[in-house]
Design a protein around this ligand. Structure first.
Ligand code: SF4
Length: 202
């Protein structure tokens, strides 16, 4: 098992364990905290569907290229796992856990299934990734799409970039206070991000 896989497996187990220990009321509070983020994700989904669905289906899906989903090629934040778990069924989470339980063969992401990504709410880095071909064929040709995409990228920062108070930091904090620690808690263990938080807090 690779280090990447182990980190993912441990983080998922922690998230499931903690969420299972919460009351319905506490879970509801947690869901409320993610509400704005879910609206943002719906807006990104709608944008991608409108402008990129045909291109991605033709270029990558039909021929099973899935070029974006390379093996261990993406960073997942701890908060990605929390949001995904809140939005997933037990069965979906069990599928992820099973995937992570065995050594992974092949050169594609461990989470890539026959019908696409196995996450109910895929990691933010994946959601916001556009390959060079997609950028060139759509954004370079359509100023309206380009402006909308730029504005979505700005909104993305308000959830994960710690020059301001952000959801991804808050979600890590909740788990840290509950006694958990994960290498995927980048808002608390990446020197660069910690420095930005320190500058923010003066
Ligand atoms: S997590 Fe999902 S979308 Fe992201 S690289 Fe893996 S399969 Fe692709």
């Amino acid at each position: 098992m690779t280090e990447y896989q182990n980190e993912q497996r441990e983080a998922l187990a922690m998230v499931r364990q903690h969420l299972a220990s919460l009351t319905e009321h506490e879970l509801e509070n947690l869901r409320e905290r993610t509400a704005d983020y879910l609206v943002f994700r719906q807006d990104v989904d709608a944008f991608l569907k409108k402008y990129f669905s045909d291109l991605c289906t033709q270029t990558c899906y039909h021929n099973q290229l899935s070029a974006c989903c390379t093996k261990e090629g993406i960073i997942t934040f701890f908060a990605d796992g929390v949001v995904n778990a809140l939005e997933s069924s037990e069965e979906q989470l069990e599928t992820l856990q099973e995937r992570l339980a065995f050594p992974h063969q092949g050169n594609k992401c461990i989470y890539l299934g026959d019908r696409g990504c196995l996450w109910q709410m895929k990691p933010l880095v994946c959601e916001m990734f556009l390959c060079a071909k997609a950028e060139k064929e759509v954004l370079a040709e359509n100023s309206r799409a380009r402006k909308t995409w730029e504005s979505l990228k700005q909104r993305e920062k308000t959830f994960r970039w710690p020059d301001q108070a952000i959801l991804f930091d808050d979600l890590e904090e909740i788990f840290i206070r509950a006694g958990y620690s994960s290498t995927l808690m980048y808002l608390h263990n990446s020197p660069g991000l910690i420095r930005i938080k320190a500058m923010r807090d003066g």
